[in-house]
Design a protein around this ligand. Sequence first.
Ligand code: OKP
Ligand code: ZN
Length: 341
Amino acid sequence: MEIGKGQMKIFYTANHQLHSPEFEVFNGEQVPHSEIPSRVENILATLREEEYELTPVESVTNEQELLNILTTIHDPNYISWLQSTHPTEAIYPSVFNFLNQQLLHGHLSIQWGNFCTDMFTPLLPNTWTVALTTAQTMYAAGQEILNGQPNVTVIGRPPGHHAGRSRIGGYCYLNNAAIAAQLLSEKGTVAILDVDYHHGNGTQDIFYDRADVLTCSIHADPRRKFPYFAGLENETGVRAGKKSNKNFPLAAEITNEQYQPVLEEAIHWISSHKPNFLIISLGLDTHESDPIADFKLTTEYYQKMARTLQQLNLPTLVVLEGGYSTEAIGRNMVSFLKGFS
Ligand code: OKP
Ligand code: ZN
């Protein structure tokens, strides 16, 4: 057994393949969707080859508790609409709501535009079922942490960090990291560090006015990359959450050597707030081979990244966000997990 395997419990969603978007719309054109089942299948196959023990979460066993958490972190109107709407085909938004009214009427492509911010995030017949299973997996992972397991990883889809309180997008529907953060926040202060290539705007939005959940994101500068409308340094939180958000926007083609000091600065910022729990939004789209991103991190670097995160010496819950090289994603995940000891 590899060092660290016993210290790390790994959960995965058993039904993720039921959510399989075919295309996204960019500038009026249909392009193949990036957030596809083979991402997670590649990770699971590689982990099995490496003899990691994997625990599937098959069904939703805490639905009421989950809904309580989901309606705390998200707009209850969004959650009840998502739960009760049963599309029979893929729904893409046609018109976006730009005010705060909750007028829900018309074709589902109009209703979806009430909650959705882009044309990359279709609502599919099984989206709710799969997203809720991933939510259950996050709940189970959070409970493991509360029961004293030092490190837990969740391999699931769809990702969550672009899902905000009442506006979602970027392939995300329910904010997975926020689900665990909300659960853990009942027992202490939580820090969420988002190392996905893209800014974690949804996570930032949900906790922007709260001091009990710190949010920190290292990402491509939004002046040139998705989500475009958030992720600058001057977004630091409001009201009770003043100074509880920290953003590190970065230039293109960042290397291991350039990334490492930024990661250390992020860790320093987190440790100065003395949190009790750490959640890592792990996007593997920072890898040099990623087809939609342009950082230059190497497979070996993820091990160093994990070791660096361990300097915080906190119970740690890792959740998969992005990562679109369906060849390299499994190796990158194994490299990251090897950094835990
Ligand atoms: C989700 B996650 C490429 C456009 C991509 C959406 C990116 C969503 C990233 N055709 N735009 O943070 O990895
Ligand atoms: Zn990403």
